[in-house]
Ligand binder design. Structure first.
Ligand code: ADP
Ligand code: MG
Length: 449
């Protein structure tokens, strides 16, 4: 029998596998897999990490074995060895724990990225490890590996965090030499409309097409918006043809986005699509520990465990609950478990209640000793600017309204006014402890109704 050229066989196997699954998928999961040897009908493969091993075993084991059997005679099974020196989940976690505390975050105007979202403060768990691995893949092989990357999942599960972290990591790794543009699809749409109105479409196109990395968040927002879809389609093509990287997020897979052109949908589906799911208990606890450290709260582990047990839906809620508990515990010196559980329950109850915008306006007005119409009407008065901005911030933050809707409520102001107000207050909260407390109290009053 002739000796087998195992490397050559492996290349044939991958080629065949590309036909059976898809090229990007094979590239993602197999490009760092090496054939080692064949012993007694067992093909040994070296894989770069446990993550890749698990993924291949759960998703590709059968199809891989079948393909291997077609190409190499007498193969009975496949074994995987994890090569050394690669990052494991543990080392990633360790990196997180020792990261520095940073308190002031400013959005970078040239990229629109917020530096608070980074890889090193993104906790990796079984719910997001594939998305995280793909994100790392994108950073390390910009434009040439997974393109586009499409990440989807429910609200508050970390899509924006991961997307922005990709941008920030590219910025860091390539020392600012790569042009990066992050935008929510809402921003993309609004800027497009403005540029059409002001006849500045060339500027708009330069902004979104003259980049090495375009990150578009919440792309499901494009549903039913014909003009935006058309513009995005051409933006995509131009970038893609130049091998520039594109990353999308959405609350659902491309197939389920309603009212979009087929050609755009097929672009979304052309690369790798990965979901993020709700975190398990272990991951929730790790996230709480990190937020606890980042914010300098010093809440003890027992309390974090209780929160992690009770708050299961999403991470934004997890953070919200931690803030709420910290706030409440200021007035209690030795809280018992049952007291803490009660506070958590309180939070969960107020949080699911749908809050009407009227309540928000009313409470903000009350809080600042104003009339509701002072906030709503278009009167120029210096002392009204701040309460108005705070009202707009809260309409977005807990009323969950769109900027357009907020603009309407505040007497047909432009949506950019609402956007500006939201971002301004969000930033100030990070820097100004008093203001952040003020807003916590306001939130409470609103929750209490
Ligand atoms: P989405 O965009 O999916 O709605 P976000 O990215 O805005 O969710 O996440 C909500 C909050 O939870 C943010 O403050 C974010 O930093 C935090 N978060 C989400 N996932 C993680 C994670 N894996 N590790 C640390 N923080 C996370
Ligand atoms: Mg988001």
């Amino acid at each position: 029998m002739e000796p087998i050229d195992i490397q050559k066989k492996w290349e044939e196997i991958l080629k065949e596998l590309e036909n059976k699954v898809s090229k990007p998928t094979v590239k993602t999961w197999f490009s760092n897999v090496r054939p080692v040897q064949i012993v007694d009908g067992v093909l040994k493969l070296e894989v770069p990490s446990k993550l890749v091993k698990n993924w291949i075993m759960t998703k590709f084991n059968l199809i891989l074995l079948k393909t291997v059997k077609e190409k190499i005679e007498n193969i009975k099974s496949i074994e995987y060895e994890v090569s050394e020196g690669t990052i494991t989940k543990k080392t990633i976690r360790r990196k997180i724990i020792f990261q520095h505390k940073i308190s002031i975050f400013e959005v970078n105007p040239s990229t629109n990225l917020n530096p608070r979202y980074r890889f090193d403060n993104f906790v990796v768990g079984s719910n997001n490890e594939l998305a995280f691995a793909a994100a790392e893949g994108v950073v390390n092989n910009l434009g040439s590996y997974i393109n586009p990357l499409f990440i989807y999942g429910g609200v508050g599960l970390g899509k924006t965090h991961l997307l922005q972290a990709i941008g920030n990591e590219v910025y860091r790794k390539y020392a600012g030499t790569k042009k990066i543009r992050y935008a929510t699809t809402e921003q993309f749409t609004n800027e497009l409309i403005n540029s059409l109105r002001n006849q500045t479409i060339d500027e708009f196109r330069k902004k979104f097409r003259d980049v090495d990395l375009l990150i578009l968040d919440d792309v499901h927002f494009i549903s039913g918006k014909t003009k935006t879809q058309e513009e995005l389609f051409h933006t995509f093509n131009e970038l893609f043809n130049l091998k520039k990287q594109i990353v999308f997020s959405s609350d659902r897979p491309p197939r389920m986005i309603k009212d979009i052109e087929e050609r755009l949908q097929s672009r979304f589906e052309g690369g790798l699509i990965i979901d993020i799911t709700p975190p398990d208990y272990e991951t929730r606890l790790a996230i709480l520990k990190m937020k606890n450290q980042e914010r300098g709260y010093y809440v003890n582990d027992r309390i974090l465990e209780l929160i992690a047990q009770k708050v299961t839906k999403n991470i934004r809620e997890l953070e919200g609950c931690l803030n709420y508990v910290v706030f409440k515990l200021k007035y209690i010196s030795n809280p018992t478990d049952s007291k803490i559980e009660q506070i958590i329950k309180e939070y969960l109850q107020t949080n699911v209640k749908k809050i009407s915008y009227k309540v928000i306006i009313k409470k903000v007005a009350e809080f600042y000793n104003l009339k509701e119409e002072d906030i709503l009407k278009r009167v120029r008065r210096k002392d009204l600017a701040k309460p108005r901005q705070i009202a707009m911030y809260l309409l977005r933050e807990i009323g969950k309204l769109s900027y357009t809707r907020i603009g309407e409520i505040l007497n047909n102001r432009d949506h950019t006014t609402a956007l500006y107000a939201y971002e301004k207050i969000a930033k100030e909260i990070q820097e100004d402890f008093d203001l952040s407390q003020e807003i916590e109290i306001l939130k409470q009053r609103i929750w209490e109704g």
